[in-house]
Structures are given as structure tokens and as C-alpha cells.
Design a protein around this ligand. Structure first.
Ligand SMILES: [Zn+2]
Length: 377
């Protein structure tokens, strides 16, 4: 079989216009490409290819699908063969793996321990007396149990032994606990491993395919840092992941836009309010890798950062990364003192959409800032 991840990679890398263009004489029409349909032998340009959605469709015979489906129909090949052909044309090597011989993905042990820890943290959040501050925090932010469960929110105990004992009882060894980033091995020899997250509200982080690759932990008192993330591991690289993308990806394609917000809770609150095409980088500004990922889903980005100094900096840095990917970047400026989370809770999804409609181009926003600072007068 071909691993799902490879299929996804090939799909992302494929230039559907170029590949179908080898068989159909396509001409650009607006954002689509049109040509005579090869399936009903049409003469008129009723066959359309939409690169942004990576699909084709014939308005006469209603034949449609993705690039793999096109080659299956056109060349009469089986699906794995179609994936290989597209891979070859897109510079991605497609290897079929023999699942019996090669065994599971070597990263599976880490996804597994993370998922096990998530279930443990989730149970504690609702059952443990010590998790009361975490429950209070969620209540204060108006995050319901249902929403918390949807995002698998949990609580990491203050106690140093609970998680380790739980994982040990399930057969996980110390090496895996440390490799997952859930535990830290102190440098001093013979010292015990200790949990990275203690007394924090836990936000599990998933990759685009929904695998539990890491965690964010929010402090519940005045401790520092306010947010602590998993360290870089074999499965977690925070500059290469976008929080929320596993849930948002289909909506981003459908809505033909992505909203970039600052934090975990902006994503959670917006999604809970029904605004699904939203992601958050796990630093303040987007990295070039993250911008590159977003470009595969849409060309339109809306930046919703705070209007303070740090927020503006992040806005312009993110904007530059997105622009260098050829994306259209708009900046949404919420009223003073509001962030996406608070705004959607007081004005609803409709109110937020109104703000998006009032957004301005990132260049305009720069000029506005310079003007207000007196640079242009
Ligand atoms: Zn047709």
C-alpha cells in the first residue's frame, strides 16, 4: 500500500493544471482553466479545472474528481498507479510499503504515548479535585465541556509521579516517555525523569492528519511561562505545524481563505462559534514553513493579531512570509482591547465576518501605521 502521508504529499505537490493539461487543451478563465471534455468528447470548453481546490469537473457529463481520479479514468489505471504517475510528474517518490514486512511507522510509538497521555489528562481535568483551577479557567473563558472534549483539553497533575506511574502500568518505558517530550531527563546522573507539564491546562496538538504530536500547557496561576509547548521531538516541530489545521483544512479549501490567529484559545473559540477556517502558529509570527503549508490550501489569508506593538510586529512578519508565498494578505483590526476570542464571544460569528469584510490589505495597514506615527506628514 501507499502510505496516506505520501498520497497527501503527492496531492499537495501536484500541479493539476499541468497534469490534466497534458491531455486537455486548457485555457485560463478567471481563476479556473477550461477546455473540451476528454470524457464525453466535447467540443466546447465545458470541462473545468480548479487549481485552488485541486479538482476538475465537466458541466455536461458531470465527470469530476481529483488528479488521481482523472488519470484513472483517462488512462484506465488503478489508483496506486495513478498516484505513482502523479508522484513522478511532481517530483515525489512514491513507494508502496508491504505492511506485513515493514511493520508500523517508526513514529507510531510516540503518537501512541501522546494519545495515552491525552486520555489521562482529559480524565483528570473533569475528575480530579486538583484540576478545579483548570475547570474554573475554562468556565471563565466560556468554554463548554463539549468544546473542551472536542479539542481533547486536559489537565496535567502537579504530582510528579501520577503520569509516570500510569504510563508505566500500561507498559511504556522511560525512554519513550522522554523521547515524547512528556518527560525531562535531568542531566545529573541517576536522577529520576520528571514531567514537563505540571499543574497546567493541557492543549493536545495534532498534525494535519490528526495524530497527537505534542502539547501546549497553559499555566493556571501567575507562573511563567504562560504557555509551555512540547520540545522539538521526532514528531513535533512547532515551526512546521499549525494548530487547528487538522480540523480546519477542509473549511479552508471550501471557504477559500484562512484566518491566522495568535493562540490556541482563539482557534478553539472561533471554531466553537462556527468559524472553522482558522489556525494558529505556535510562536507569535508565521514561519516560512508554515506559510508554505497554508499556500497549499488557499491563496487568501486574514491576519487577526492583537493591535499592540508585539501584535503588529507579528502581523507584518507573518504578512511578509505569506506574501513571499504569493498569497493575498489582509489585516483585520479589531476594536481596542478585543482579541478574536473575546470578539466572537460578544459579537458572534456574524460580527467577526463583518470585521473580515472591513479588513484591509497588509500594505495599506503598514501605511496606516506609519501615517498615524507621523511618518508621512
Ligand atoms: Zn464531459
Amino acid at each position: 500500500m501507499i502510505p496516506d502521508e505520501t498520497v497527501e504529499q503527492v496531492r499537495e505537490a501536484a500541479d493539476i493544471v499541468q497534469i490534466i493539461g497534458d491531455y486537455v487543451n486548457l485555457k485560463k478563465t478567471g481563476t479556473d482553466y477550461r477546455g473540451p471534455c476528454p470524457f464525453h468528447q466535447g467540443k466546447n470548453r465545458n470541462f473545468s479545472v480548479t487549481p485552488r481546490k485541486k479538482i476538475y469537473y465537466c458541466f455536461v457529463c458531470h465527470e469530476g474528481g481529483d488528479v488521481f481520479h482523472f488519470l484513472q479514468k483517462k488512462l484506465g489505471v488503478q489508483w496506486p498507479e495513478a498516484v505513482k504517475i502523479v508522484g513522478e510528474k511532481s517530483g515525489i517518490e512514491v513507494k508502496e510499503i508491504d505492511t506485513r514486512r515493514e511493520g508500523p511507522d517508526p513514529r507510531e510509538p510516540l503518537w501512541e504515548i501522546n494519545a495515552t497521555a491525552t486520555a489521562f489528562f482529559q480524565r483528570l481535568l473533569w475528575d480530579d479535585k486538583a484540576a478545579a483551577p483548570a475547570r474554573d479557567y475554562l468556565a471563565k473563558r466560556e468554554i463548554s465541556r463539549e468544546t473542551a472534549d472536542r479539542f481533547s483539553l486536559g489537565f496535567a497533575p502537579i504530582d510528579r509521579a501520577m503520569l509516570r506511574d500510569h504510563l508505566t502500568a500500561l507498559g511504556f518505558d522511560e525512554r519513550r516517555m522522554v523521547d515524547s517530550g512528556l518527560f525531562v531527563k535531568p542531566e545529573e546522573e541517576n536522577s529520576e525523569i520528571r514531567p514537563r507539564f505540571r499543574g497546567r491546562l493541557i492543549i493536545p496538538i495534532f498534525d494535519v492528519l490528526g495524530r497527537n504530536v505534542g502539547f501546549g500547557g497553559r499555566v493556571l496561576d501567575n507562573g511563567e511561562p504562560k504557555y509551555l509547548n512540547s520540545p522539538e521531538t521526532a514528531i513535533f516541530g512547532k515551526g512546521k505545524l499549525l494548530y487547528g489545521l487538522n480540523w480546519a483544512k477542509n473549511s479552508i479549501r471550501k471557504d477559500e481563505r484562512v484566518l491566522v490567529v495568535e493562540g490556541f484559545f482563539d482557534v478553539i473559540r472561533l471554531m466553537a462559534a462556527g468559524v472553522e477556517s482558522v489556525v494558529a502558529p505556535m510562536g507569535t509570527a508565521l514561519t516560512d514553513a508554515q506559510a508554505g503549508i497554508l499556500k497549499k490550501y488557499t491563496r487568501n489569508a486574514y491576519l487577526l493579531y492583537d493591535s499592540d506593538q508585539a501584535g503588529l510586529k507579528a502581523t507584518f512578519r507573518s504578512g511578509d512570509e505569506l506574501l513571499s508565498q504569493g498569497m493575498t494578505v489582509s489585516v483585520v483590526t479589531l476594536p481596542d482591547g478585543e482579541d478574536p476570542d473575546s470578539y466572537v464571544s460578544s459579537h458572534g460569528a456574524k460580527g467577526l465576518e463583518d470585521q473580515l469584510a472591513k479588513s484591509i490589505d497588509v500594505f495599506e495597514r503598514k501605511i496606516q501605521i506609519l501615517d498615524r506615527a507621523g511618518w508621512l506628514s
